[in-house]
Design a protein around this ligand. Structure first.
Ligand code: SF4
Length: 359
């Protein structure tokens, strides 16, 4: 096993999660929604890996598939179990149960994530019971420990979810995920349902907890500022595929993919002297049922070339620190590329060298 593999806790290889599209009384299959379509990725121990993209890009489905809440259509999810990689897609019921203790999920909506009819004590005790914490003393000690981490008083365990504010509920959801001592936390838009003032509290808390427990985070969000704040590395997804991966600084300072540049140009800058050029993409995201041929982004890309309409670009290393991008603009073998210059603030100053086509 290479040093790189040793440091990885999860390796995803060509993962696909497709959903059937049926029609009529006999449910004739007329197509597939390719929510995750050939994703390969390594998640390293102790890192916070951000996953960003527009709604419908497949980021939440990717998280749910890793948790085995969605059944993958193809590919592998390898989990580093004490130095041995095991394919979790092949796990039996018992192995899946053990795996779910190590990988926990925090959902977007803290209102529906907690059972309104059960006291917090019961919601916390159940996972401890099913994962084999036998005595009540041990269970209560575990509950008190995680509640302390999220700054909730232990006596609140006897309350019902409706007696808490949104921020408190999300902190309780984080505590419930932590109570079984996972290695990986998949956070699916954990702060997007909260007020902005509460978001910062919860994000800081999550950062502190990650440091204290040496957790690995998969942080899924559409808010680029939140992802930048939380993540060591960032994955950008578009229509079920990864289009760019880089460490947080490289991605924000020097985005390569035209889609990433457009996303980053939309982040508001709190500085009246810093006029960042906004890149406005035309049109809607195409349907994941009928994806465009070639590069799926070509129908909206201001830099598209002839080759983009037919050839899907591979995700290749560009630059340093593992910066990868899937775009023909950076393929040395492709001729007639658009000239792409950066203004040093992450904004693209683009000139098409080979065409005056308007987009
Ligand atoms: Fe744009 Fe072509 Fe790059 Fe796709 S491959 S992002 S269409 S330039």
């Amino acid at each position: 096993m290479s040093a790189d593999e040793k440091n990885a806790i999860i390796q995803i290889q060509n993962l696909k999660t497709w959903f059937l599209v049926t029609k009529g009384a006999f449910k004739k299959v007329v197509g597939y929604v390719k929510a995750v379509d050939g994703v390969s990725l390594k998640v390293y121990k102790g890192e916070a890996l951000g996953i960003v993209g527009e709604s419908g890009c497949g980021k939440s489905t990717l998280g749910k598939t890793i948790m085995l809440l969605e059944k993958p259509t193809g590919g592998k999810i390898l989990y580093n179990d004490n130095g041995t990689f095991k394919d979790v897609t092949q796990f039996n019921k018992q192995e899946t149960f053990a795996f779910r203790k190590k990988v926990q999920m925090v959902f977007q909506d803290p209102y529906s994530a907690l059972n309104p009819q059960k006291k917090i004590y019961t919601s916390f005790e159940e996972p401890l019971k099913v994962h084999g914490v036998k005595t009540q003393e041990e269970r209560e000690a575990a509950m008190q420990k995680v509640l302390k981490m999220v700054n909730i008083q232990p006596e609140y365990l006897m309350r019902y979810p409706h007696q808490f504010s949104g921020g408190q509920r999300q902190r309780l959801c984080i505590a419930r995920a932590l109570v079984v001592k996972p290695d990986v936390l998949i956070c699916d838009e954990p702060v997007s349902a909260l007020d902005v003032s509460i978001q910062a509290q919860v994000l800081n808390l999550m950062k502190d907890i990650q440091k204290e427990l040496h957790l690995t985070y998969l942080f899924i969000a559409h808010d680029l500022s939140v992802v930048q704040y939380m993540s060591d590395r960032i994955v950008v997804m578009y229509l079920g595929k990864i289009v760019e991966i880089a460490d947080s600084k490289s991605l924000y300072d020097d985005p390569l993919h035209p889609y990433t540049r457009a996303l980053l140009s939309a982040i508001p800058v709190p500085d009246i002297h810093n006029h960042k050029k906004r890149i406005v993409l035309e049109g809607e995201t195409p349907s994941p049922i009928r994806k465009p041929s070639g590069c799926a982004f070509h129908s909206r890309c201001p830099n598209r070339m002839e080759i983009c309409k037919t050839v899907d670009p591979a995700l290749l290393h560009r630059g340093q620190n593992g910066h990868m991008v899937a775009c023909h603009l950076y393929d040395d073998k492709v001729e007639g590329k658009s000239a792409v210059k950066m203004d040093g603030k992450g904004s693209a100053l683009e000139e098409r060298a080979d065409s005056d086509e308007k987009y």
